[in-house]
Design a protein around this ligand. Structure first.
Ligand code: 6PG
Length: 260
């Protein structure tokens, strides 16, 4: 697993804009190299802020939207179209404004979909969809994601993997149902750490004072069960994209030289 590298930006707006520019370049390079790109989106304010920044980026249409596969790291298990669903918020922030191939937008099942209220069946269906798309360069039953993005919770959760809860301890399955999540709504679907760690690159987004303690804990050697963000590593790169407020409690030794 790759060692986390940090980039600290002045504020959360600049972090979102810089992360969006970074994502555009990553997608364009992947499409040039392999003909398509595969990205895992995250819910939350930082994740949606990045999508909104991408939508207003001058270079956004350097991306061939028709050759982009989008997946989700987690989803709130709510009815289709619920404003609290991550896919609903992503559509509003960006997706409805760009010419994606609908067949390549892989939303996680809703609670009024074919699996009804059975969140475990819905999670298993998404795992099967990932496995079917894994292909020859897939890894551990999921596609070789070019970038997997994760917002970081104040308690160090990523996706819907919360400290000490069963989902963060999962070592076999790639997708699980989550009940009793401390962040509402309580029922969710989430990629597991094995699925997250199959990604080529994992980018963790942490902006705001309320993430300072989580960043410091996750980057200071905490275990992944106590601090799930600590276990979110990419096969070739792990990048923490922070603003100064979220980086304010990091040990000075962890600060990247450029932001000293
Ligand atoms: O479904 C969700 O709620 C998200 O996927 C969750 O993991 C989020 O990314 C973090 O809680 C950070 O959220 P903020 O960026 O809003 O702080």
């Amino acid at each position: 697993m790759s060692t986390p590298r940090l980039v600290v930006h002045r504020d959360k707006e600049l972090m979102a804009q810089a992360a969006a520019a970074r994502l555009i370049t990553k997608i364009v390079d992947a499409q040039a190299a392999r003909g398509s790109a595969s990205v895992v989106l995250t819910g939350g304010r930082n994740g949606n802020g990045l999508l909104a920044a991408l939508g207003s980026a001058p270079a956004r249409d350097a991306i061939d939207w028709s050759r982009l596969d989008l997946w989700w790291g987690d989803e709130r298990f709510l009815p289709e179209g619920d404003p609290e669903r991550n896919v609903t918020q992503a559509r509003e922030a960006l997706l409805d404004g760009v010419p994606l191939d609908p067949a390549r937008v892989h939303a996680m099942p809703a609670s009024d979909g074919p699996h009804g209220s059975d969140v475990d069946a819905a999670a298993a269906a998404y795992a099967a969809e990932l496995a079917a798309a894994a292909g020859l360069d897939g890894h551990g039953g999921v596609p070789a994601f070019d970038v997997l993005m994760l917002g970081v919770g104040p308690d160090t959760h990523v996706a819907s993997l919360f400290p000490e809860l069963p989902a963060v301890r999962e070592t076999e399955r790639t997708v699980v149902g989550v009940r009793g999540a401390p962040k509402p709504p309580p029922t969710r679907i989430s990629l597991t750490l094995p699925a997250i760690r199959a990604a080529r690159e994992v980018w963790l987004l942490a902006a705001g004072e309320d993430k300072a303690e989580a960043a410091a804990v996750a980057l200071s050697g905490a275990g992944e069960v106590q601090a799930p963000a600590a276990g979110a590593r990419g096969r070739s790169r792990t990048l923490w994209l922070l603003d100064a407020a979220a980086a304010s409690e990091l040990p000075r030794s962890l600060y990247p030289p450029s932001s000293a």
